[in-house]
Design a protein around this ligand. Structure first.
Ligand SMILES: [Zn+2]
Length: 252
């Protein structure tokens, strides 16, 4: 059930039954010569929408942009500043709360977003906004570590990973005719963190970080999606079953 395709009476009808909404969030950043600049939001959107379809819960429009300052020495990347995302997270959650949503989850596709999303949610809780909020990264369950080992020989690395590239190959196969496919060395240089844009390009000149994206295939992408949707569904069912605090006792 996609919010963007509904009219307001349909949202009101949904809110009589349920109060859950998923918000996919990604990044607009280089994913090496092997992957799409939209990788993170394309993957997060697909996994959120598949899970929403399976569970009969609403999915909000995707927040495509994220925190990517360290990718800015690679053409095409665009970044929010951490403060911006903190505010955007707060504004989106407050908007949905005002209509009666009470279980609001960001389905994240980009590691760089984690701190800002969590900070945004913590600020809402510090101000006593009612509800259960959360951020779940689709690639970050024990099940996904297993799949990295099974399908990609443990060569996931941490950026332009074969899992995420496989997901996008499965979803947008026509876009890969012009992308790199050759096998290279996997280098894992010692580096500090965080990195500036120039440092990132010096340490990781082709934009990969210890990954083997040439191992990505459409069929493996399908398996990654299925496994991640299974894991996300399991996790969400647990959180959604938690009781809400009595909102009459808190402000707002
Ligand atoms: Zn990514």
């Amino acid at each position: 059930m996609l919010l963007e395709n509904l009219a307001f009476p349909e949202v009101e009808a949904y809110l009589k039954e349920k109060n859950v909404i998923l918000i996919p969030v990604g990044s607009v950043e280089q994913h090496s010569p092997y992957g799409l600049i939209g990788t993170d939001f394309i993957a997060a959107e697909c996994i959120a929408r598949e899970t929403g379809k399976r569970m009969g819960i609403m999915v909000a429009p995707t927040l495509a942009y994220g925190i990517s300052p360290h990718h800015m020495a690679f053409s095409g990347s665009a970044t929010l500043m951490p403060e911006t995302l903190i505010l955007v997270v707060g504004d989106i959650v407050k908007s949905f709360l005002s209509h009666g949503f009470r279980r609001i989850f960001f389905i994240n596709g980009h590691g760089g977003n984690v701190n800002s999303i969590e900070t945004g949610l913590q600020r809402l809780k510090a101000d006593n906004y009612p509800g259960i909020f959360g951020m779940i990264s689709w690639y970050d369950y024990p099940e996904m570590v297993d799949i990295g080992r099974e399908l990609f020989d443990g060569k996931e690395g941490s950026h332009a990973t074969p899992s995420e590239v496989a997901v996008t190959r499965c979803l947008r196969p026509k876009e890969f005719g012009t992308k790199a496919t050759i096998e290279l060395e996997i280098e894992k240089p010692e580096h500090h963190w965080p990195l500036s844009a120039e440092e990132m390009r010096q340490f990781f000149p082709d934009g990969r970080m210890g990954s083997a994206p040439w191992l990505a295939t459409e069929s493996k992408g399908k398996m990654v999606i299925e496994r991640s949707v299974d894991a996300l569904e399991k996790k969400l069912r647990k959180i959604i079953a938690m009781p809400l605090a009595d909102s009459s006792k808190v402000q707002k």
